[in-house]
Design a protein around this ligand. Sequence first.
Ligand code: FAD
Length: 401
Amino acid sequence: MEVRPYDVIIIGGGILGLATAWNLVNQYPGKSVVVMEKEPFVAMHQSRVSNGLLHSGIYYVPGSPKAATCAEGRAEMIRFCQTNDIPLKTCGKVIIATDQSELFQLQELYLRGKRSGIPCELMGPARLKEIEPHAQGLAALHIKSTAILNYRLVCDKLLALLAQKGCYVMLNTEVLSIKEMPTETLILTNHGRHYARYLINCSGLHADRILHIAGKKTDVKIISFRGDFYRLRDEVTDLCKAIIYPVPIPGLAPLGAHFTRGIDGSVECGPAAALALAREAYHRSQINPKYLLGILAFSGFWWLLGEYWTTGVAETWRASNKDAFVKKLQKLIPEIKNNQLIKAPSALRAQAVSLDGKLLQDLIVKESHRVVHVLNAQSPSATACFSIAKIIIHKLSKRFN
Ligand SMILES: Cc1cc2nc3c(=O)[nH]c(=O)nc-3n(C[C@H](O)[C@H](O)[C@H](O)COP(=O)(O)OP(=O)(O)OC[C@H]3O[C@@H](n4cnc5c(N)ncnc54)[C@H](O)[C@@H]3O)c2cc1C
């Protein structure tokens, strides 16, 4: 019996794969779209952010693609949450300079915000105390529009809406190999063969591996970083009113140990970041020798290590030593004590690294005739997912019509 190919198969049931499927079924109602996800549920990896931020976009260069997708995606996410009764709370965020050396960078962020039209206020310690009474710093930037939501609820809603539109999300279905042919693409999974006219790779931590098995080469590597988190005990959550971030270290992602009061009222703090020893190593003890050898054989890893080895050692130390981690948090909230923190689940971040060891910040899209690969969909890709989905679909639509 002849098997008809699907119009589009999307690999990955994270927020990006689901948002892309959603935009596709709305834009092309007649097309058959399927999502393949290797886990038993959607949003089991990077998109598992239950205390997620709807970012303002203040970190990104005004007019850059990242600033544009953040702004557009943010507006669409607000609309999606309003239409589908998903709780979203605008709570604001402060970025705090605790050291003289950070003041210039804070001022730069303020100017960036102004240029991007993001309402923000630069303030001294007294005004900071009015917003976050337990935080301390030399100066702070208050961004009022930052909001909080549970992205897992967004993914669950997308799953339900896709089912209503006849788009099937095949769970427990792992893509094992891909063969691009002149008229279609053969996709071999643990549940047999499937054919698609077009394929989209939104596989997050595995994106470069999928690209590789599809026969395409790239000079960037996805390196997995584990972020260890803690949660404030319920009786001390008042120490953080909303969201408190440090000034980002230039060249590194705008992270640094921070505090986030989630939509459920819990306060998460972290991360302490360390190199994961397997793509999906949520625990220190998980090691995949093949993955590790691949990293060690990649020149970009050694350049990266050369540039950031002191930061790497300090972060790895904090990931394994709670006292050291608490000390870092105390720079923002001095009252925090070791016994007020409970271990929370760790998270993994798929970071693209270039051959010369740069931590790449932008989305990478690689195309062949029948496949679109999406790499490095890192923060703020949950905020921006509906906008990034448009970029992906635009690549396909040239061939669709
Ligand atoms: C700790 C952390 C906090 C973050 N917080 C925020 C935030 O507050 N706001 C924000 O905007 N962004 C945030 N981000 C970024 C955002 O979460 C990610 O950019 C986004 O979730 C990426 O989604 P994705 O669908 O590309 O990847 P993923 O969610 O990782 O999904 C990829 C999926 O592909 C599946 N897959 C992989 N290989 C295969 C295969 N062979 N076959 C089938 N399926 C496969 C995986 O199982 C997975 O479900 C955060 C990221 C992290 C790590």
